[in-house]
Design a protein around this ligand. Sequence first.
Ligand code: SAM
Length: 451
Amino acid sequence: MELFYRVSFQEVVADALSLVEERELSSKHALERIFRRLEGADREKARGLAHAYVSEIEKWRAKIDFIINSVLKGSRVEDLDPYLANLLRIGTFDVHFRKVPPAVATDSVVRVVKERFDVSRAKFVNALMRSIEGFDVERALRALKERDRMEWLSIRFSHPRWYVEYAVKLLGYDEAVRLFLSNNKPQRYYVRANTLKTDVDSLRDYLEENGVRTAKTPVDDVLKVLEYKKPLTSLDWYGEGKFVIQDLASAYVAHVLDPEPGERILDLAAAPGSKTFHAAALMENRGEIVAVDYSYDRLMRMREKMKLLGVENVRLVHADGQSFRGRGKFDRIILDAPCSSSGTYRQFPEVKWRFDEAKIGRIIRVQRNMLLKAFRNLREGGEMTYSTCSIRIDEDEENVLFALEKTGLELVDHPFSWGGRGFLEIGDKVFRSWPHEHDCNGFFIAKMRKG
Ligand SMILES: C[S@@+](CC[C@H](N)C(=O)[O-])C[C@H]1O[C@@H](n2cnc3c(N)ncnc32)[C@H](O)[C@@H]1O
């Protein structure tokens, strides 16, 4: 498809896949960058289609790479030039997932290779695409299932092998498979009413009038989106900051923290600000929230969003949450720690391929340092929430147990109004949500008190 002057659709998608991989951007941000440079009548439509492509290719990447690796003789897709590998992924996706006529799919990819590389590599890709076209995936998967059940799960559902092994051990085989299936479903959207500007009933009426059907949720100011006609972000009220798109479990954290107007709050890993802004709304813009984050770019995005939402009681601080020491102690703390994001595969399929055990080990050390720092910044009698969007016990329950043992924090027996409970000896006092059980991100919340 020739959408833009001298830029083909395949190039746009390959560029985005490269940015997602090399710069660790989300598909949405990668495409925002690319489309800033592009012009064309069908720009918005093309961006939507490109986003669907990038997300689906990231979602099915293990299966796509399995097909490519099966026809590559003596090397693997990771050994190829990364851009060439992404073009092959696009071609394979078109043939095996979108059922595009093979000749068309191959031709679109080979044309880009000829332009960006050279004739010999175009010939190489052409030959590979011919083998890919004829490859019997189902037969190969059946053989794999006989050989190695875990590898089969990993390829069949396109999840990292470590995740598959972890989930089967944690939940048992059948429930783990339900989780994988659920992770591969289209994203479920939730919207939170920004109560600094409106209320949830008015929001519901407004959305209804604009073709968005919603349902109430266990979280008072959050609605579940059941049906919509045009993107939620194109609605006027979105542009006016009257609502935000926020996952159900993520929007539960501020309610569990339950900040009061006038208090001093610390958010130790704040950007892009969903929970900070929610806390500000619950505090009716009174008191102070100190919002710390390590990423300057993310803090800058947070500053823009703050203006839009009418949030006025937040001070942004660019610092390392592992060593941050505020002036004076805080009444409450949100620690929504950086994590493996293993609960968000449905929303951000690209994060599946970013973590391995070594990287997770490093992030657990950061989480533990931040827990110790949060404790030091909390006043006696103050409360904090610790949350992650990870399904892993070592990032969740084990970290809470670590904090309880190393500090004077006590676990609060919070009356969670929904969700599931967790694991280990503190399992009945923590919150967990699951995509296959609660139709939202996999999430963990624990509430703790000092002294
Ligand atoms: C899970 S996200 C936070 C999401 C945010 N609470 C929200 O609700 O929008 C984790 C954040 O931690 C930040 N981060 C990672 N390492 C950090 C560190 N050492 N100190 C402070 N922030 C850090 C990342 O930049 C990222 O913005």
